[in-house]
Design a protein around this ligand. Structure first.
Ligand code: ATP
Length: 356
């Protein structure tokens, strides 16, 4: 097959490209330039999209012996991922930009261009598996599993994806990179959000949305117990960073229960008030023949899973949790997994729109 390997400059995608080439595929490497100004992205040690990362990707392609290109996707990335990220926070939700990037950039903009150029598939270094049935599964390395951020992909997108690392642990991938003479073998993993240079999400949002002072309100009494500089800076379940004027002896911890952009209010309350038993999601993807199933749901990246009864009605997914979950934020993905010995299977996903 002719395949396009998306090479970030990190160790995972370098080994993924090398494995695809070794498996006999005709591989071309592509690094995506995603920054309008690469200097503003995280520096080479931690990020994915700096000039050093492009250089690291090129060196890896040279060692593997495959052609290599840089594609400038900065405008699409900003429109589909960064602007969406800001708009979602402004609407009181908590987005996951990696998920959005997989959906709109890697497996839409990049895949579409690749197919137009005659490629059969896009290879990435994601830690996830694709079964012979075409369904997405968790990686063998549960701690590194990235099926959650890939669960938004449709069957058509998955049919043109290759994830060569899903059967390997991260430790094995690093050892293999060293054996293959890839200089990125010891390069640290990327963390956080690649387009927020200093990791300060609140400041990033404030620079774009400005100061919007408003009230922090106690859920039970309706009393104003604090002020904020922008409701967009908060997430359901958050405890830290709340500037509350509460007098002793009432020092019980308060958590963000909801964010209401129309009144610019942040509502807080005790942790028990964060418990939800029903989660509704829109923009569903559903890969299963049954529209009603007992499965496990994951409600945030790296979060716990909850046994649930999930039903799909064509336009939304509704999960009734067997035991309550806390701090479930709208805008995050609800991903449904069916336990399986060769990696839990992704049955479907949706964007969380309501909880109760
Ligand atoms: N700027 C980029 N250009 C090309 N491909 C990219 C880029 N950023 C990410 N990818 C692809 O998406 C995959 C997952 O990205 P993620 O940021 O989660 O990296 P990762 O798991 O740390 O992998 P790596 O070690 O390859 O950076 C990468 O393995 C790579 O295939």
């Amino acid at each position: 097959m002719r395949v396009l390997a998306a090479m970030s400059g990190g160790v995972d995608s370098a080994v993924a490209a090398a494995r695809a080439a070794e498996a006999g595929h005709d591989v071309t490497g592509v690094h995506l330039a995603l920054a309008r100004n690469p200097q503003t992205y995280r520096s080479g040690a931690r990020g994915c999209c700096t000039l050093e990362d492009a250089r690291d990707a090129r060196r890896a392609a040279d060692v593997i012996g495959i052609p290599f290109y840089v594609w400038d996707m900065a405008e699409q990335f900003h429109e589909s991922v960064v602007d969406d990220f800001v708009a979602e926070y402004a609407a009181g939700r908590t987005p996951n930009p990696c998920l959005r990037c997989n959906e709109k950039i890697k497996f839409e903009a990049v895949l579409d261009r690749a197919v137009a150029l005659g490629f059969d598939a896009v290879v990435t270094g994601h830690h996830a598996r694709l079964g012979a049935d075409g369904l997405l599964r968790r990686s063998v390395d549960y701690g590194k599993d990235q099926s959650y951020v890939l669960a938004v992909l449709t069957a058509a997108q998955l049919s043109r994806a290759m994830f060569p690392l899903g059967d390997s642990t991260k430790a094995l991938v690093r050892a293999e990179a060293a054996e293959r003479g890839l200089a990125v073998a010891d390069k640290p993993d990327s963390h956080d959000i690649c387009f927020i240079a200093d990791g300060d999400t609140r400041k990033f949002l404030a620079d774009r949305l400005g100061s919007q002072p408003g009230d922090i309100v106690e859920a039970t009494t309706g009393a104003v117990i604090g002020q904020h500089a922008g409701a967009y800076a908060y997430t359901v379940g958050q405890r830290r960073g709340l500037d509350l004027r509460i007098s002793a002896p009432d020092r019980n911890p308060r958590y963000v229960l909801s964010i209401t952009p129309s009144t610019n209010t942040v509502t807080v309350g005790p942790s028990s008030a964060l418990e939800v038993s029903t989660v509704v999601g829109t923009r569903p993807i559903w890969h299963f023949s049954d529209f009603s199933v007992e499965c496990s749901v994951q409600l945030r990246a790296h979060g716990s899973v909850f046994p649930a009864s999930v039903s799909f009605d064509g336009s939304s997914l509704v999960a009734s949790l067997a035991s309550p979950a806390r701090g479930v934020a709208t805008g995050q993905a609800m991903v449904c997994y069916q336990p399986s010995p060769d990696g839990d299977i992704v049955l479907g996903s949706a964007t969380i729109s309501e909880t109760s």
